[in-house]
Design a protein around this ligand. Sequence first.
Ligand SMILES: [Zn+2]
Length: 156
Amino acid sequence: MKNEGNQLLVLFKLYQSICAAVLDNILKSVGFDDVVYIDLFKGLQNHYLPRKCGLCGLYYLLEATAYSPFCTRPVKGRRGKTCRDLGHRKTYTDKVNSDPILLTYTKAYKQHYARYLKKKMTQAEFREWADLALELRQRAYDKELSFEEYEAEIRK
Ligand SMILES: [Zn+2]
C-alpha cells in the first residue's frame, strides 16, 4: 500500500507545519520560554493523533477529546454527511447483523413499535413489552433460554 505511506508522510509534514505555526504564534505572543515550548509541544503530541478512518481508509488527525474511529470528510453522494456520521451507523448495523439475538430483538422491537403506532397496542402495553423484551434478550445471552424459545417469546 504505497499510497497509504505517502498519505502518512504528507500528513506528518502537515502535522509538523501546524505544530510549528501554532508554536510560532504563541512564542511570539509570550516571548521565548523553554517551559512553555515543551509543555505545548507535549500537549499537541498527545491531543492530535494520526488515525486511519474506519470507513474511507484515509488518515486524519484526531483530537483525543473527541475520540472516533472515523474522519470528518464529507462522503461523496451523501450530501452533508461525513464518514463520522455514517461510520457509527454502519458499525451498529454490522454489530446487529452479526448477533442473531440482537437482530431478533431489533426486528421484534420494530414490529411492536409499529403496532403501537397503529394503536393496536397502548403506550403502557408497549412499555411493558419493551421491558419484557430486554429481560428475554438478557436471558438469551445468559443461555437461560434457547434461541428458539427466545425467538418465540419475544415475538408474542
Ligand atoms: Zn473517512
